[in-house]
Ligand binder design. Structure first.
Ligand code: CP
Length: 304
């Protein structure tokens, strides 16, 4: 089986992405029905985290374990990675020992370099540029609750950073319409934005959410923006997603957030508890969608 990486949603065809969504839904059902399914017995992954993580880490470690394999957690600070071992050496060494690498680092170029030298699949567990694993969970959540996302209207409110970039890639791959409202100075990468006609900048959060089927936001200061919190709180003050803003969306709108959320900043104190919020279902799908991804990259499609 040829090695397949998952550094971006653009690494897979729309058909393979939709397969993963369907398979994630099946993984969720198996989990709910306590079905024991262990196709990864004997397989090991290495999870390298240069930044904090709860959902991604638990999704990969619990997911690997539930599928019969094992995921090692490598804290960059406790390993030779933190002492400057070259990425190409790391890629070659780990390729001798494990079956898949999952890495979270600010530098997308490090992930790409790891993938270039590794002979095993490499998964982007988040960089400053992209967060493709989160999008698998988000699309799965929308389709479980509302049906196909193709043709839907999606509003992204806030920082034009990694989540926004992955939503632009998702709009391209799944064929939905994405409206983005970001303050001046925090717009998405222009090349990524220009890569599809399915994503447009709009002037205000109100314009973005009008009759939208899905509304998304993210924290105002992501990892890598430490020290900018105070300035960003003033810049983003008009970009809070709250119940009043959501009232302007479709009556069946869903609200998602990759979490962790800062109540009182990018979301109102009470929004996560609103009936339109599906953030905890979405978080649960980090497990099921990552299990589908591991199975796909390590053993290929099943039942297809
Ligand atoms: N959404 C997300 O990636 O969560 P973690 O940072 O906790 O992994």
């Amino acid at each position: 089986m040829a090695k397949q990486d998952f550094l971006s949603l653009l690494d897979l065809s729309p058909e393979d992405l939709q397969y993963l969504i369907q398979r994630g839904r099946e993984m969720r059902k198996m989990h709910e029905n306590q079905v024991v399914y262990q196709p990864l017995v004997g397989k090991t992954g290495a999870l390298i985290l240069e930044m904090s993580s709860t959902r991604t880490r638990v999704g990969f470690q619990a997911g690997f374990s539930q599928l019969g394999g094992n995921a090692l957690f490598l804290n960059a600070a406790d390993t030779q990675i933190g002492r400057g071992e070259p990425v190409e050496d790391l890629a070659r060494v780990l390729s001798e020992m494990v079956n898949v690498l999952m890495i979270r680092t600010l530098e997308q170029s490090h992930i790409e370099q790891l993938a270039e030298f590794a002979t095993i699949p490499v998964i982007n567990a988040m960089s400053s540029l992209l967060h493709p694993c989160q999008l698998l969970a988000d699309i799965q959540t929308f389709e479980e609750l509302r049906g196909p996302i193709s043709g839907a209207t999606v509003a992204f409110i806030g920082d034009g950073y990694n989540m926004c970039h992955s939503y632009i890639n998702a709009a391209r791959q799944w064929g939905f319409n994405l409206r983005i409202a970001s303050p001046e100075g925090f717009l998405p990468n222009p090349e990524i934005l220009a890569s599809t006609n399915n994503a447009q900048m709009v002037d205000t959060p109100q314009e973005a959410v009008a009759q939208a089927d899905l509304v998304i936001t993210d924290v105002w200061s992501s990892m890598g923006h430490e020290g900018q919190e105070s300035d960003r709180r003033s810049t983003f003050a008009d970009y809070q997603v709250n119940e009043t803003l959501l009232d302007q969306a479709s009556k069946d709108v869903l609200f998602m957030h990759c979490l962790p959320a800062h109540r009182g900043e990018e979301v109102s104190d009470t929004l996560l508890d609103d009936k339109r919020s599906v953030v905890f279902h979405e978080a649960g799908n980090r497990l099921h969608s990552q299990k589908a991804l591991l199975e796909f990259l390590l053993i290929g499609k099943v039942n297809a």
